[in-house]
Each structure stands twice: as structure tokens, then as C-alpha cells.
Ligand binder design. Structure first.
Ligand SMILES: CCCCCCCC(=O)SCCNC(=O)CCNC(=O)[C@H](O)C(C)(C)COP(=O)(O)OP(=O)(O)OC[C@H]1O[C@@H](n2cnc3c(N)ncnc32)[C@H](O)[C@@H]1OP(=O)(O)O
Length: 165
């Protein structure tokens, strides 16, 4: 596995996302990287990421799929153009659709492995299939349809309030 994390290449103003922003001290700070043609992230849930005792909260699992999916989309788009992730013009993606299926309860204890596979890359859209595994067993699977961030979302980047930092 490479240690070159996608989210470390996001510009500062796009690094406050609750799921993956490196500047969000209250967030999850997910880190994703390439593993061959797949992508991978590891996340260690905290004891307070609880659903029922002993199991991980489903909303957290959806967030991990969401941010791993959008990070994978961005990395895939750069790779498709043969460019490094910090080169211009920027290729950043937001979630258009997030589908999550909870296959079995996810034990709360050890680290979770999140894996992404690109199933479609066309125009401004990338579709990523994502799994979350605990102890080597897939507990959750999801699909993220990511679309390149529209201009009007980028326009608010100057308006980051100090409280959101
Ligand atoms: C950048 C670092 C931050 C990391 C982000 C972390 C993840 C997030 O939390 S992002 C926040 C949540 N997401 C949002 O707020 C997005 C809100 N939605 C939007 O802004 C728009 O609807 C947006 C950008 C998704 C799509 O709008 P638009 O740019 O007009 O797309 P459009 O041209 O219609 O469609 C592009 C393609 O996506 C598809 N698509 C668009 N929306 C959807 C959808 N909801 N479901 C399925 N497919 C969709 C279209 O069918 C089209 O596909 P194709 O090219 O095959 O015909």
C-alpha cells in the first residue's frame, strides 16, 4: 500500500470536510490511497462510534464510504489524465448519490478496512463501489456516484468561517 494519501493533496480550502478534511479537528480525517487499481483506507473507530453495544454506528460507516468514494473518484480522474493530484486544473468531486447496504453488524473494536473499486469513469462522473471490512469480513457495501464539484460550490470557498475550522 502506498502512503501517498489523496486527501493530503486537497487544497487547504477544501480540507474542512467532516469525513476527510485534514484541517477539521472534530472530523474523521479519513486517509485513502491507491493499492494497485483499487483504493484503500484504514479507520479506527472510537468507543463512542457505537450503535448498539459492541457494534459500529451505521451513519459513521456511510460517512466512511462517502469520503472514500469521493476521494477515489478524484484520484481516478487524475490518474485517467496522467496527472499528479496537486496539478491544475483541480479535479474535486462531491457526492451525487450514496447507496449503502449493511450486510452484517460491524464489530466495534479493531480497525476497519475500506476498499474502493472504480466501476465507471465518464465525463464529470465517477462511480465507485466501496466495501467496509472488519476482521477480514465484508460488513458493509456501498456505491458512490461522484460528480465533479460545480463552480457554484467552489464560489463559497472564500467564505469559510473561523468556527468551521
Ligand atoms: C472536494 C473535497 C470534499 C469531499 C466531499 C465529501 C463528500 C460530500 O459530503 S459532498 C456534499 C454532499 N453533496 C452535495 O452537496 C452535492 C449536491 N448536488 C449537486 O451539487 C449536484 O446535484 C451535482 C454536482 C451532484 C450534480 O449536478 P450537475 O453538475 O448538474 O450534474 P449533471 O450534469 O446533471 O450530471 C452529471 C452526471 O451525474 C449523474 N448524476 C447527477 N446526480 C445524480 C444522482 N443524484 N444520482 C445518480 N446520478 C446522478 C447524471 O446522470 C450525469 O450522468 P451521465 O453523465 O452519465 O449522464
Amino acid at each position: 500500500m502506498q502512503n501517498d494519501n489523496f486527501q493530503d493533496h486537497y487544497p487547504d480550502e477544501l480540507s474542512y470536510c467532516y469525513g476527510c478534511g485534514r484541517h477539521n479537528e472534530h472530523g474523521l480525517q479519513l486517509k485513502s490511497s491507491w493499492d494497485g487499481d483499487e483504493t484503500v483506507a484504514l479507520f479506527q473507530p472510537k468507543p463512542y462510534h457505537i450503535a448498539v453495544p459492541g457494534y459500529v454506528y451505521g451513519g459513521l460507516l456511510a460517512s466512511l464510504i462517502d469520503c472514500h468514494g469521493t476521494g477515489t473518484a478524484s484520484a481516478a480522474a487524475y490518474r485517467n489524465e496522467g496527472r499528479a493530484m496537486d496539478t491544475a486544473p483541480p479535479l474535486r468531486f462531491v457526492t451525487a448519490s450514496l447507496q449503502v447496504d449493511y450486510l452484517r453488524p460491524t464489530p466495534l473494536g479493531g480497525p476497519l478496512e475500506i476498499r474502493g473499486k472504480i466501476s465507471e469513469l465518464k465525463g464529470r462522473k465517477v462511480v465507485v463501489n466501496v466495501t467496509v471490512s472488519a476482521d477480514g469480513e465484508v460488513c458493509v457495501q456501498g456505491k458512490v456516484i461522484a460528480v465533479q464539484m460545480p463552480e457554484h460550490m467552489a464560489a463559497k470557498m472564500d467564505a469559510i468561517e473561523p468556527e468551521s475550522k
